[in-house]
Design a protein around this ligand. Sequence first.
Ligand code: DMJ
Length: 456
Amino acid sequence: MIKRTIICAMICMFLSACCQQNDCNQIDQTEKTEYAERVKAAFRKAWGAYRNYAWGMDAVNPISQKGHNWYSESLLMTPVDAYSTMCVMGLEKEKEEAKQLIFEKLDFDKDMNIQQFEIAIRILGGLISAYQLDGDERFLELAVDLGDRMMPVFDSPTGIPYRLVNLRTGAVSGEITNPCEIGSMLLEYGMLSKLTGNPEYYEKCKKGVVAVFKNRDPKTNLISGAIDVRNGQWLDYTAHISGGIDAYYEYLLKGWLLFGDPELKEMWDVFKVAIDKYLADERNTGFWYGQADMRTGERINTSFCALDCFYGAVLCLDNDLETAQKLQESIYKMWTLFGIEPENLNYATMTVGNPCYMARPEAIEAAYYNWIYSGDKKYYEQGKTMFESIEKYCQIENGYCQIADVRTMEKWDTLESFFFAETMMYCYLFFAPEKDFNLHKCVLNTEAHPFFRTWK
Ligand code: DMJ
C-alpha cells in the first residue's frame, strides 16, 4: 500500500513537471493571461445576471430577467455551486457577496423532498470545497448539517440509497433509482467522514456502491440505469456510460485517488474492461461509446450524449491516454459539427437526437484533462475554441444562457448552476496560473469542486 502510494505520488510529480514544462515552451503567456481575464469577465457577467435578477434563488433566467427555485424554497444552488470557482479565480468581491448571502440565508430545515444526488454533488460538494478553499468553519457546519439530514436515504433493505429525502423530517421516497444516484456522492460523504472523523458517512454510502457492483451482470459485468432500492433488481437492461450511470464510474476511480480505498479501484478495473469490450464503438465516424444489452453485450443503440464526454477525463485519470485521445477526437468533432455541441448525437448517422446545449462542461473538461495529461497543445487550442463558442452563442447582453437548438442557435432562457461551478471552471483552468491551481494536488468532484486530501 505504502509502495503504491509512493509510486502514485512520483507519477503525479512527474506528470506535473512535464505539463509545466510543456506549458512554458508552447504557450504564449500573454495570450494565456488575456484568456484567463476573459473567462473571469464571462463568469462575472453571468454572476451579475444572477445578482440582478435571481438574488437568493436557486438559478437565473437571464432573458426574462427573473429567477427560479428547484423546490418550494431556495437552497441557494447557484451561489453555493459557484463559490469554489470564485475562489480559484480569486474573485474577492463576488466571494464576499456570495458568502454573506449563504451565511445569512442558507437553512436546510425545510419541509421539502429533495433529490439527494443533485443536492450532494452541487451543494454538499460546494460547501465542502468552499470550506477547504476558504477556511471558514461555517461552510463545514452547513455541510455537516446537510449531510446529516440526507443520511436517512441509506437506510434501505439493500443499502442502496433512496432517491429523495425530506430535509426536515428525514422521510425517504423514490424506490426506483440508478447507479449514478447511488454512488456519485461517495466523494462528498467520504470527505465528510475525513473532515469530521465520523466514518459512518463513507461506510453507509459505500454499501450502496458495492451493492451495485455485486448485482452487475455475471456474464458481461455490465450494469444498467434502473434498479429497485428494495430488492436490488434491475428494471431495465440498457448498459451505457451516460446520465444515470456516468458518475458512478467516475467516483470509483476518483474515490480511489482521493481516499486510497483499494476496493474502489478493483471495482473500477472490472467495469473498465466491460466498458471497453461492450460499449466502446469504433466507427468510420470516430471512436464512441454506445448502448448494449447488459445481459448479452449486444449493441442496441448508437447514441452519444454530451454527458458522456466525462469519460475522457476518467480515461486520463486512469492513465489510458491512448483511448482518451481517440475519444477526444470524436468529442471535438461533435462540438464543432454546428459550432457548439448538441445534447445528443447518433454517431452511426451523425444526426442530432436532442439539439439543445445545456451549457454543459463535460466536453471542455475532457479537453482540459487531455491537455494536462498529454501536454499536447492541440487540446489547449480546443479549450480556447470551446470558450469562444460559449462567448459567441451563449452570451446575451446581460449574461449567459443555454441554447435550445444548436442548429439554429435559438436561445434558451435558463442557466444551470453547473455553468458557474464547472463550465466556467474548466474554461478557466486552461489559462489559470500554475501557482493558483494544480490538478494533481486535488480531486475535482463531478461538479468540479476541488477536494483536497488534508488528512494523513
Ligand atoms: C453536473 O451536475 C455534473 O457534472 C453531473 O455529474 C452531470 N451533469 C451536470 C453537468 O452536465
